[in-house]
Design a protein. Structure first.
Length: 294
């Protein structure tokens, strides 16, 4: 069991309460959990229902999602459970907000996940005004993180922004640089946005997230198990991160840009191809569980 707790809060990136319970037993605690339509589609009960007989209706899928997060909710600590709205590329902020309002009532420690798009940011702005905690997902640029900061200014609760490290690595860019750059950009800010390192694929990503003082990291159980098996290593002051892909090829650095956070959020450009692809992947995974209408 872990005795030397990192400052970074640890979240399980998954959609299965049994898995969260196993990880809690292994580490001794779990600070929070992130879920998504893709992770919910992989939940063992949903997989069983989809494999045997008719697939789910939209209502059944929503009910199943609610049941899953209600089982996870009491297992985790103060970092809460992130629940993602079902959005496609044409979803309007008002539709996302309506879902967010409902999902926020499912559990007492909910964070509503919206994508870092113009409409997602608009939904976040309205949400924080209503006291709804938010996690802004699919973040691939400093501009998106700046827009999150500006759109949610004044939030009484911490707002999460989730830079997706592994997916930047997948296209040859150093995803850890995005975490580093966002942390630097927020230095001297009012601190209401917390950086949640996401799309963590290795112990090396995890240690670098600790080293960069990310407030939170969401980690698949496989990586947490590897970390436990390695004896829960933590980075020391001389930690160096090897920015290489799975084959050992160097990743391209992402340069830091100086950004003024004190401007209206819609002056930032949130358009990112990886965000659009991420939304499309969530839609495809969500639809894979749904009954086809005749
Ligand atoms: C976070 O909220 C996401 O579920 C997750 O970290 C995405 O990871 P992936 O890029 O490995 O799918």
């Amino acid at each position: 069991m872990l005795t030397n707790k990192p400052k970074t809060k640890l979240l399980v990136d998954g959609g299965d309460p049994e898995e969260t319970l196993r990880i809690k037993g292994l580490i001794g605690f779990v600070d929070g959990q992130t879920t998504s339509p893709s992770l919910i589609a992989k939940n063992p009960d949903i997989q069983r229902r989809v494999a045997s007989g008719p697939q789910l209706s939209e209502q059944e899928e929503k009910d199943a999602y609610k049941k899953i997060v209600q089982s996870i909710s009491p297992l985790v600590g103060a970092a809460g459970v992130s629940i993602e709205v079902f959005a496609d590329l044409s979803s309007r902020a008002e539709e996302m907000l309506a879902q967010g309002q409902e999902m926020f009532t499912w559990i007492p420690n909910a964070y509503v996940k919206y994508p870092c798009t113009h409409e997602g940011l608009r939904a976040a702005e309205m949400s924080v005004q209503q006291g709804i905690r938010v996690n802004m997902t699919l973040c691939f640029s400093q501009d998106q993180a700046a827009a999150v900061y500006a759109a949610t200014r004044g939030s009484k609760e911490p707002v999460y922004v989730s830079p997706f490290v592994g997916r930047l690595d997948d296209q040859g860019e150093d995803g850890m640089d995005l975490v580093r750059n966002i942390k630097k950009m927020y230095e001297g800010s009012d601190g209401h946005v917390h950086v949640l390192a996401a799309s963590i694929r290795s112990i090396s990503h995890l240690l670098c997230s600790f080293f960069l003082d990310a407030e939170l990291a969401t980690v698949p159980s496989k990586v947490l198990q590897e970390w436990a098996a390695a004896g829960f290593p933590l980075p020391d002051r001389n930690f160096t991160y090897k920015a290489v892909d799975a084959r050992g090829n160097p990743l391209k650095p992402i340069p830091y840009r100086k950004v003024d956070l004190n401007v209206p959020w819609d002056t930032f450009d949130p358009a990112q191809e990886l965000t659009s692809k991420g939304i499309q992947k969530f839609v495809a995974d969500y639809q894979s569980t749904l009954r086809r209408s005749a």
